[in-house]
Ligand binder design. Sequence first.
Ligand code: PEP
Ligand code: MG
Length: 561
Amino acid sequence: MHVPRSYIDGESADREWQRLTQAIESLSEEIAENRDEVARQLGPRYAAIFEAHRQMLEDSNLLEELEKCIRQQNFSAEYAVATVFGRYLEFFKQLKGNLLAERAHDIADIQHRLLRHLLGQQPARSVQINKPVLVLAHNLTPSETANLDTRYVLGFVTEIGGPGSHTAIVAEALEIPAVVGAGRMLDRVFPGDLVIVDGTNGEVIIRPDGETLERYRLEGERYRHRLAHLREMRCREAVTRDGTRIYVLGNIEFPHEVDHCLREGADGIGLYRTEFLYLSTDTEPDEERHFQVYRLLAEKMAGRPVVIRTFDLGADKLPYLRDSSSEEKNPFLGLRSIRLSLRHVPVFRRQLRAIVRASAYGDVRVMFPLITTLTELRQAKMLVHDVMEDLAEHGVRFNRQLPIGMMVEVPATVMMIDYFLEEVDFISIGTNDLIQYTLAVDRSNRDVVSLYNASDPAVLRLISSTIQAAHRAGKPVSLCGQMSANVLYTMLLIGLGLRHFSVPPFAISEVKRVCCSVTVAQCEEVARRAMALESAQSIDLFLRGELRKVLPELNLEECCK
Ligand code: PEP
Ligand code: MG
């Protein structure tokens, strides 16, 4: 919506501000209604998206900026909204490739609705659908998506948006095929056209030929079959055919994802990336905010482990806490993660206090990211013990035996792993970083993406020696990088001795399914043969063949990305 520049005279500022606050109030009520409706239909996880919209709308910084535009710059309410939201939009859009860039669509949605309230326009009425259709649109807001009637809407496609957008997240809950952000397509399609929406590969095929149609019919049948199998896995434990228990835990970025983990029957939370708590606000969360979230997770997981990783900020996860004037040339090799935590001890302590306090409410464990030297580990551990002393002095309850672990994601750490293992209770291999630091490939640089490969023999050797060292030391080891979610590697990792996988919630059932289809002896043979190969390509090919042997019905293109 284009909003022309318009100004008010100085005397009308009070009236204009009041007009804007009334519009905000009524929009806030409208969003609350959406939230309650979505909570009834889809559950609290999806309702949280709308609650976040409401909080964004009522954010004190946002209100302050809007008020300044009206009182100090004499902008009309509409022009103030267009200007301030425009600034936020620009900021989020330039975070290309970052999960938060997707939030630009939420901001645009709120801006549009607020302008509508200011202009006194009625909400666009949803079209009544009463026969099976595909919805193709330039954009769908999360609320429009949530209101799609799944009895008739077979799938939908939007031209803009991305896989991490809230529209895509809501589509996942509705369990209908969707491609969000397909690019320009509306000018090539006409009502009544036959269209295939391939949500798995993010493809939209307009007017397919007979052969493609037949291929997709078969694909659809296979997909429904696979879903039925996966649903069955939800309530099963992962036990190999020769009786070895494999633990499949969840990786989460947002607290609400714990519900998805529970639905999938996760054995715990193996990685909670707490930096997202910091990234969702522009002021540091206080100890109480941390504590409420950690306690909730511990209580919801009811005795199952919850590994809380201390903040891993810097590099690709925004330079929070950093002075913006100190541009880093090489942020992945710079002041990130535990290095940043040890530079900002008061901030780090606040988080540690909350984690230690939450340990009274479940099986909470603390884990440090990117540990490279023993000194870093010792300093971080000292802070935990210091925090414990403090809390004990004040009579606060916590678990004295709180397990302390670290991530293994730097080759130097693997070289020294025996020493580290003497000083921690558990370790978790972070392959996302381990791969980039081993192969000297920036994980976020598209130009070198083909070099970033978990199958690389050098990476596999580092993983193997870490697992072996952990077994020698009698300490639990898990793998929480994306690699563990890729079922191509499940047999290999079991064969290398891994018994704890930590994967995003959507991958839990698939990994469990592979675990239940193999024997440890078979996996050990796969590992032995894979480790004798000398290139990533030959290892990849070999693993594909082995997986196909145990699960011939698996679509490798779909599962092994
Ligand atoms: C990893 O590096 O594998 C990991 C799990 O941490 P992150 O992806 O958050 O850096
Ligand atoms: Mg990492």
